[in-house]
Design a protein around this ligand. Sequence first.
Ligand code: FPP
Length: 251
Amino acid sequence: MSIRWPFLKRKKKSITEIPDNIPNHVAIIMDGNGRWAKQRGLPRIAGHKEGMDVVRDIVIAATEAGVKVLTLYAFSTENWRRPKSEVDFLMKLPKEFMHIYLPEMIEKNVKIETIGELTQLPDHTLKAIVHAKEKTKSNDGLILNFALNYGSRHEIVEAVKAISTQVNQGNLEIENIDEDIFSSYLYTKNMCEPDLLIRTSGEIRLSNFLLWQLAYTELWFTDVLWPDFNEELFKKALVDYHTRKRRYGGI
Ligand code: FPP
């Protein structure tokens, strides 16, 4: 099967040449930074730094492919358990990323958004994120959605609490609660659900990431460690997605 990818030649192509089933929403568990660093005798944070630069490359690749939403698992609610020095470094990455790449994100019409509990982030991290969101809020290209201090179980529990409050206050009838209403209480309420999930580093698990939203998502795993992930592999995932038959429980 031959698919012509508009971004292979790095120049604008007619819209008719873009395959019609590029995933609208790609979510990525960027795993393997620590092992990448260890293999090179480097501290773990060197892997995270390298991983940050790969984020830029994949954002550009996703933009050129016509992906609409790219959700990246940058920091989980469980990642606080890591040594303080590593957590501190990870918390500096949003500021570092924006410092280096925000002008390019703006130029590429990327809109930066987040999911997760931002209030627990250090001030400097929050400030960088708020600034980036503000600067890109009018952009209507790719939504670059960072999952920061994100945990799916926490998200679901918070949704249950908020729905219960509405019921208690008489604003919502229990029998009217359905999947759409439930979804509207999640961080992702304004986004389509992921069509494709990529996880790097050979781990085959979801790690508390978008458990509700991934119900019908196509899963794609690679042994490649995140700092070695690149545009070619991203394209391979998109090509593989192109061949999948999504049946949503039907036949
Ligand atoms: C998991 O690898 C990776 C993380 C917990 C952090 C991911 C963050 C980035 C790739 C950079 C994010 C960039 C921005 C702009 C926020 P691991 O450390 O668990 O790797 P290991 O399993 O090999 O130890």
